[in-house]
Design a protein around this ligand. Structure first.
Ligand SMILES: [Zn+2]
Length: 273
C-alpha cells in the first residue's frame, strides 16, 4: 500500500540531509575564512576534489566507510552527523506541522507558531533551524557565535511575530531579553569567563521563538544539559573546572527539545511541583 505520508517524510528527510551537507561545508569554511562559493569540496589531506558521487549526503560516508577514496584518510564524522541531524529536524518539522502531531492544546513552541502563523510556520521554522544548527556547530568547534547568523534569526522572528495573529508580542520580546540580561549579568560577575556576550545575543533570539511560557524551562534545561555534560567531561578527563565550554550548543539543544516537546516538559513540571 502506498502511503502519501511516507513519500513526504522521504522528501523532508532528503531535503534536510542535502541542506545539512551544505551546512557541514559552510560551518567548516566560515571560521576559516573560505568563501562558501569558492568551488567544490576537497579532501583536506590529499587536496583532491571530491566527486559528486562521493558527496551524496549520509550515503557516501557509509559507502566509503568514512575514508577518502584517494588517500584513505578518515573523513570527520561531523559531516554525516550534521546531515543526519538536519534530516531528523526536517522530519520532525514535517510531523508536527503537517503530520498531525500538534493537537489543539499542544503548547510546544512549534505548535504555538502553527496556530498563529498557519502555513507560514513551515518556512519560518525550517529557516530558523537552518540558522541554529550551524550556530551549534560553529560554537562547539570554534567557541564563537557569528553575529550575522543571530541577527538574521532575530529579524526573521520579528517578522514572524508581526505577521502572526499573536497578542503576546510584548511577552515574546520580554522572554528573550529577560534571559539575555541574566546571561549578561553572569558575563559581568565572571568577568567574561563564564558566559560570552555571543551567548547573551543568541538567548534573545531563542527566547523570542519560545515565548514566555517555555522560556524558563528552556533556560533551566540548558544549564542542566551543560552541567551534566560538563561533569561527564571532567570525569573522563576531557575538561577541567574553570575551562571554558561553549554554552551555545546546550542552549540550542534545549531549544530544539522545547520547540518540539516543550508541552510535555512544562506539563510534567506542573504535575510534579
Ligand atoms: Zn584524500
Amino acid at each position: 500500500m502506498f502511503d502519501v505520508h511516507i513519500f513526504y517524510l522521504l522528501i523532508f528527510f532528503v531535503t534536510g540531509s542535502v541542506l545539512g551537507s551544505f551546512l557541514s561545508a559552510y560551518t567548516y569554511r566560515l571560521p576559516r575564512g573560505i568563501s562558501i562559493i569558492s568551488g567544490r569540496s576537497r579532501c583536506p589531506k590529499c587536496n583532491k576534489t571530491i566527486a559528486w558521487f562521493d558527496n551524496i549526503p549520509i550515503l557516501s560516508y557509509i559507502l566509503l566507510r568514512g575514508r577518502c577514496r584517494h588517500c584513505h584518510e578518515t573523513i570527520s564524522p561531523r559531516y554525516p552527523l550534521i546531515e543526519v541531524s538536519c534530516a531528523v529536524v526536517f522530519v520532525l518539522i514535517y510531523l508536527f506541522l503537517a503530520g498531525g502531531y500538534c493537537g489543539n492544546s499542544n503548547i510546544s513552541a512549534i505548535c504555538s507558531w502553527k496556530h498563529v502563523l498557519g502555513v507560514l510556520s513551515l518556512p519560518y521554522i525550517t529557516t530558523l533551524s537552518l540558522i541554529f544548527i550551524p550556530i551549534f556547530v560553529i560554537d562547539l568547534e570554534n567557541q564563537f557565535i557569528p553575529d550575522e547568523l543571530v541577527f538574521i534569526s532575530l529579524l526573521l522572528s520579528v517578522f514572524a511575530i508581526l505577521l502572526s495573529a499573536t497578542n503576546q508580542i510584548y511577552l515574546h520580546f520580554f522572554s528573550g531579553f529577560f534571559v539575555s540580561s541574566l546571561l549578561i549579568f553572569l558575563n559581568i560577575i565572571t568577568r567574561g569567563r563564564g558566559m560570552g556576550l555571543g551567548d547573551a545575543k543568541l538567548a534573545i533570539s531563542l527566547g523570542l521563538v519560545l515565548g514566555w511560557r517555555l522560556t524558563p524551562a528552556w533556560f533551566l534545561l540548558s544549564f542542566i544539559l551543560g552541567g551534566a555534560v560538563g561533569v561527564i567531561l571532567i570525569i573522563f578527563g576531557k575538561a577541567s573546572f574553570g575551562k571554558h565550554i561553549a554554552f551555545g550548543p546546550f542552549m540550542i539543544t534545549a531549544f530544539f527539545i522545547m520547540l518540539f516537546w516543550g508541552d510535555i516538559i512544562v506539563r510534567y513540571k506542573e504535575i510534579t511541583f
